[in-house]
Ligand binder design. Structure first.
Ligand SMILES: CC(C)(COP(=O)(O)OP(=O)(O)OC[C@H]1O[C@@H](n2cnc3c(N)ncnc32)[C@H](O)[C@@H]1OP(=O)(O)O)[C@@H](O)C(=O)NCCC(=O)NCCS
Length: 152
């Protein structure tokens, strides 16, 4: 389904970092149990993302009618974060963000996703990512994960 409104993907400015983090938090909370709960409080996540993660990475946002509805964080060839606001999923915004990531990193992209997150696995496989590895829980949440890679 296409978005009913004017949508675009644009590079985030510093002023967007807080809103983008709030989208990420809403998405994480709505994704339980497919994604394990965060091990930090919302305030800790906000401080970490707004103060450290986003200023040192490349952040893109999806916007609909000037409201931030999705966030993509690129660091090197890694998609470190990809989240669409739960009110806006299944409307192609994630696809638009992945296409942007491919345009920005035309050779290859890597990412981690939780093994429990089957919706995201379908999404990445549809976008030609392939599982190349994984761990039994070598992450903050201690849950099994999958390493996906896309190459042109
Ligand atoms: C995964 C996600 C980024 C995709 O963005 P989107 O805008 O919903 O995706 P699109 O509309 O382009 O494509 C739809 C596909 O996304 C996936 N998807 C949709 N809602 C989802 C959700 N709540 N959780 C996980 N995957 C979802 C499904 O594969 C869906 O296809 P389906 O018809 O086979 O179910 C987005 O759904 C999301 O943020 N989900 C929750 C958080 C998450 O899983 N992030 C990825 C962490 S690695």
């Amino acid at each position: 389904m296409a978005v009913d409104g004017v949508s675009m993907v644009r590079r985030a400015e510093k002023a967007d970092h807080r809103t983008a983090t709030e989208v990420l938090l809403r998405s994480r909370h709505a994704s339980i149990p497919a994604i394990p709960p965060l091990v930090h409080s919302d305030e800790e996540v906000k401080r970490h993302f707004v103060g450290t993660v986003m200023p040192s990475a490349e952040v893109w946002v999806a916007e609909v009618d000037e409201t931030v509805t999705g966030v993509l964080v690129l660091n090197g060839n890694w998609i470190e974060q990809l989240y669409v606001d739960p009110d806006w999923t299944n409307q192609g915004l994630g696809a638009a963000l992945v296409e942007r990531a491919k345009a920005e990193r035309p050779e290859a992209l890597d990412l981690w996703t939780f093994k429990s997150n089957q919706g995201a696995q379908r999404f990445y496989e549809r976008h030609d990512f392939r599982a190349v590895g994984g761990t039994d829980g070598d992450n903050e949440e201690g849950e099994p994960d999958i390493h996906y890679r896309w190459t042109r």
